[in-house]
Design a protein around this ligand. Structure first.
Ligand SMILES: Nc1ncnc2c1ncn2[C@@H]1O[C@H](COP(=O)(O)OP(=O)(O)OP(=O)(O)O)[C@@H](O)[C@H]1O
Length: 366
């Protein structure tokens, strides 16, 4: 599966762009603010129906324009797939495959799998647990549609239960029957989500460990661990035990919405004890594990988007990554960098099909 043609109109700092891509490595080189990351984001839209960076579609419309449009022609299993995404101000987003509108955007997720590695991923390490849950949920959802539905269902019941807890606190009235209905729904879907996350993390952690060891050449000991209250207790037990506290706090304090991932280096939290390069290596290994997982599940390689990947990595780690590129471990790759000399230097050493693009102030030249 790969993207053959990409074109867009009024997307972020671009008025118009049209490019024919290589099936191998596509490198986009230009100064800060030229529009390299924006271009990767256009590809992200075609795969996941949204921006990687900003959830508000209308903010991706070029300043002063009323709409943006992104078109992509993909090759998948010998078929041509034409995907189009259009956003007009104050209107619903349009998303089409082969000229047919999707009923639900969720139905497109996973059709053209993609993995993005970006400096913004640092939020997975330094921000709260929500970022890490989002990461696991994104990976599982790309291969399992029922997971996403289950998650949406769980969050709805959770919101209802929290509203009820608030109502109980406000009115002093307590309807145990309604609460037990919500609890039962929460237990059913929460337990299924937990089982899926636990099974996923078992295989995923082993893949991650292999990638980290390879990139760092075993330079340091790191650990990735799934944390959930449900590992020790059933959700029914947890909800019963937490009821009094939940009523005081007016929100549900037990459940899979409290799950987290622990990242350690030499037994200490990565967030506090990892260097910038070690944190970056950790994130790269995490994303490459996502790449391997999606490849194994789908039987074909996802698109790989590498934004500013060389910054902060030492030469040894860059060489290891490029070894993966030259070993044909990846399919189509999109890569951005600010230095033409660096990109040429790195790719001159390996034998890959490379197409270079120069990006300057919203225009792209091959
Ligand atoms: N809706 C928009 N309309 C116009 N310009 C926009 C819009 N959204 C973002 N931009 C502009 O896009 C530019 C940023 O582009 P981008 O992030 O792709 O740069 P980059 O080439 O990746 O830079 P760096 O090397 O610094 O990462 C900024 O100048 C920003 O103002």
């Amino acid at each position: 599966m790969y993207l053959q043609q990409l074109s867009f109109l009024n997307f972020k700092n671009y008025s118009e762009a049209e490019l024919t891509l290589s099936q191998g490595v596509n490198a986009f080189v230009g100064n800060n603010g030229a529009g390299k990351t924006n271009l990767l984001d256009a590809v992200h839209y075609l795969s996941l129906c949204k921006s990687y960076f900003n959830p508000i579609d209308s903010q991706q419309i070029k300043q002063g324009a009323d709409f943006f449009m992104i078109n992509g022609v993909f090759e998948k299993n010998g078929n041509k797939e034409v995907v189009a995404c259009g956003v007009k101000r104050n209107q619903k987003k349009q998303f089409k495959r082969n000229k047919k509108d999707y009923q639900r955007l969720a139905d497109h997720i996973g059709f053209l799998p993609l993995v993005m590695i970006s400096p913004y991923d640092i939020s997975i390490i330094i921000e709260g647990s929500e970022e890490r849950r989002k990461f696991i949920d994104n990976v599982i959802s790309q291969t399992d549609h029922s997971y996403l539905d289950e998650l949406i269902g769980y969050n709805k019941v959770l919101a209802n239960r929290n509203a009820l807890l608030k109502q109980i606190a406000d009115t002093g009235r307590y309807d145990p029957e309604l609460l037990s209905i919500f609890d039962e729904q929460l237990v059913n879907s929460g337990t299924r989500i937990f089982e899926k996350r636990r099974a996923f993390m078992e295989g995923f952690t082993a893949i991650f460990n292999g990638h980290y060891r390879f990139i760092s050449e075993d330079a340091e000991q790191v650990e990735l661990k799934y944390e959930s209250q449900l590992i020790e207790n059933s959700l029914a037990q947890l909800l019963a035990k937490a009821l009094e506290r939940d009523r005081i706090l007016e929100r549900t304090t037990a459940g899979i919405h409290k799950d987290d991932l622990q990242f350690n280096i030499h037994g200490m939290p990565m967030k506090k004890f990892g260097s910038q390069g070690q944190q970056k290596s950790f994130l790269i290994a995490l994303k490459l594990a996502q790449y391997t997982f999606l490849t194994q599940k789908n039987g074909f390689k996802p698109l790989l988007l590498l934004d500013d990947i060389f910054d902060k990595l030492d030469d040894g780690r860059v060489t290891k990554l490029m070894q993966m590129v030259s070993n044909n471990d990846f399919g189509q790759v999109f890569i951005t960098d600010t230095s033409m000399a660096r990109v040429k230097g790195i790719f001159d050493q390996i034998n890959v099909d490379l197409k270079l693009f120069k990006v300057a102030e919203g225009s792209i030249d091959a």
